[in-house]
Design a protein around this ligand. Structure first.
Ligand code: SAM
Length: 237
């Protein structure tokens, strides 16, 4: 049993009621494209929350072990697993240590929309690399650090009728008060620059293979990238 806790325990029921309450699993074509063919693969879903990414990976044919720090969210994940078994094992654990997972034992790992909620990036990515088999893959999705740094907002260009993104405090890495975020999310997030993300991945032995920045639906996210995805491979030097 790990001693880690998650701010998501405070919003777990609201998060679950909003994010995949019926347990159908994640729907995200960009994620599907990056994880690729999964049949027969052993995959770790890191910071899985109430399990929407884990369920989708299992539906794609993977054998899934999922880890999160929030007992509140894991309770929902385990109940959904009981109601509709997919063979997913849910573990309470700290993504920064991943001591609940064995070394070199996963073909792939995902961390979906969570790295910006985890305080320490470097031990997290080192732990991801450690649990992957040599040559294993890692896919992460995050809010885009360039368009959602600690200070951000939107401007409407009334002449052109378009929305513009304004940003600031990009170089202030670390925790910031994100109280204006969606109410189902905690008030603290951790910002890192794009170069910190890429350099920390590479320093952890996770070499970037592909990145993706899908075009969103709303006017502003048709003009600025809301999300950033990366696919890496564990390379042993
Ligand atoms: C935005 S939620 C995403 C959850 C899930 N991947 C999804 O897409 O619904 C962020 C998750 O990160 C988890 N988390 C934050 N810090 C963590 C840590 N140190 N170890 C494990 N999980 C952590 C939270 O408990 C929460 O479930």
């Amino acid at each position: 049993m790990t001693d880690v806790t998650s701010l998501y325990d405070e919003t777990a029921d609201a998060y679950h009621a909003t994010i995949d309450p019926d347990g159908a699993g994640l729907t995200d074509p960009t994620f599907d494209d990056l994880v690729g063919e999964l049949h027969g693969q052993r995959v770790a879903a890191i910071a899985c929350g109430q399990g929407r990414d884990a369920r989708h990976l299992a539906d794609l044919g993977a054998s899934v072990v999922a880890v999160d720090a929030s007992e509140g969210l894991l309770t929902h994940a385990r109940r959904l697993e009981q109601e509709q078994p997919r063979g997913i094992e849910y573990l309470h654990g700290d993504a920064q240590r991943l001591d609940v997972l064995d070394d070199g034992s996963y073909d792939g790992a995902v961390c979906y929309m969570a790295l910006m909620d985890i305080p320490e990036l470097e031990p997290t990515l080192r732990s991801v690399a450690r649990v992957l088999k040599p040559g294993g893959w890692f896919v992460a999705a995050i809010v885009h650090p360039c368009t959602k740094p600690p200070a951000h907002g939107e401007l409407i260009d009334h002449t052109a009728g378009t929305a513009r993104r304004v940003t600031g405090r990009y170089f202030e890495e670390g925790p910031y008060d994100s109280a204006t975020r969606w109410a189902i999310l905690p008030n603290v997030s951790y910002h890192r620059t794009l170069s910190t993300y890429v350099n920390t991945l590479v320093a952890s032995g996770l070499v970037v293979e592909r990145m993706a920045e899908p075009i969103g639906e709303s006017p502003v996210w048709r003009e600025a990238a809301q999300l950033l995805y990366v696919r890496c491979r564990r390379i042993d030097s």
